[in-house]
Design a protein around this ligand. Structure first.
Ligand code: ZN
Length: 337
């Protein structure tokens, strides 16, 4: 029964990862006496002399940033992966390890220290998307690079060390776990149905219209049926494309519009600069992956105000993710903003 999933404990299946989430809608009434955090602050100054990402400043590595005027990309001074790592493997009994090669880049979205994606003009968000396309294409042509992860960590609550608007790109030899899961599910569906999994999913969501947050000619933003984070959103292109390199100019501006709409709704939700981790999941670059339909999930930690965060602890560390507010209620609140 459709109405049961709005009332009673149940688990929902994530078609992309093959995993489950526990949903407990009846718990949204329980009293909260947990942690109260100070409201997050918007950052006011356009230029901060102490910021290592602002134009003309000197970074910890001693390098000086150029006087950039739109976007600026550089190799991370404290990279988690390095291109010249030796290709070694360690295999001893039950202990196994491999050397991992890669490149980590930082993408400054704007020279203006005070802006975030929701505050930027559409044409400037489009420039960021152009950088993502170019980096995906360039990095994918490199030897030993089989996957490219584009992402943004926004807000101190997400462990972001600098408020200057920026994201990261980690390109590496191996294909990471989350991407392997999504490759497997999408491939199985594509082989069986000759259609991408997300094309069929979008058809169903558009028909039901229960979890759609925003829509334009070529993109849909929705709260996935299997969302784990309270206000999780996924931006999906309507057209089946494996990676961002395949976007047309029209799609690029529609994508920019959806990023702006979703992040503006987020800021309005709790009247704060809304923190999140967002990233683009797309085709690995080891070979052609026609099964892949790229998408951009946003994972925000806030639950009921600018100061109350959802924690992934206890049962969630030992069992599986759990949420109280249903994805339908979350989508309704975001849509109404
Ligand atoms: Zn800055």
């Amino acid at each position: 029964m459709q109405e049961n999933i709005g009332k009673y404990p149940h688990r929902r299946y994530n078609i992309l990862t093959g995993e489950w989430v526990l949903v407990s809608p009846h718990r949204t009434q329980r009293p909260w006496q947990g942690k109260q955090e100070n409201a997050l602050q918007k950052h006011g100054v356009e230029y901060d002399p102490d910021c290592y990402l602002c134009p003309t400043n000197i970074r910890a590595s001693g390098e000086k940033n150029p006087k950039y005027e739109s976007t600026y990309v550089f190799v991370n001074d404290f990279a988690a992966l390095m291109p010249n790592t030796e290709a070694f493997s360690f295999d001893k009994g039950l202990l196994k390890a491999e050397g991992e090669q890669g490149i980590c880049k930082v993408v400054c979205f704007s020279p203006n220290h005070s802006l975030a994606l929701p505050d930027m003009e559409l044409k400037d968000i489009e420039k960021v998307i152009t950088v993502w396309k170019k980096e995906y294409e360039e990095l994918s042509s490199l030897k030993d690079i089989n996957h490219i992860q584009i992402f943004e960590n926004k807000g101190a609550i997400m462990g972001c060390s600098n408020p200057h608007p920026h994201g990261q790109i980690w390109a590496q030899r191996s294909i990471p776990t989350e991407v392997l899961k999504k490759t497997k599910t999408q491939k199985a569906y594509y082989v069986a149905n000759d259609r991408s999994l997300l094309s069929s999913y979008l058809d169903q969501e558009l028909e039901l219209n229960e979890r759609i947050v925003s829509i334009n000619e070529t993109f849909v933003s929705l709260v996935p049926f299997w969302a784990v984070w309270p206000f999780e959103v996924m931006i999906v292109p309507k057209r089946h494309m494996s990676h961002v390199g395949q976007m047309t100019d029209r799609e690029k501006s529609d994508f920019a519009e959806q990023i702006k709409i979703v992040t503006q709704k987020y800021d309005r939700l709790f009247d704060t600069s809304f923190p999140y981790s967002a990233g683009i999941h797309q085709s690995p670059t080891d070979s052609v992956h026609e099964e892949w339909h790229w998408h951009m999930p946003f994972y925000p930690p806030l639950l009921r105000s600018a100061t109350v965060k959802k924690f992934m602890v206890g049962y969630e560390m030992f069992g599986m993710p759990q949420r109280d507010i249903t994805p339908e209620i979350a989508a309704g609140r975001l849509k109404a903003l």
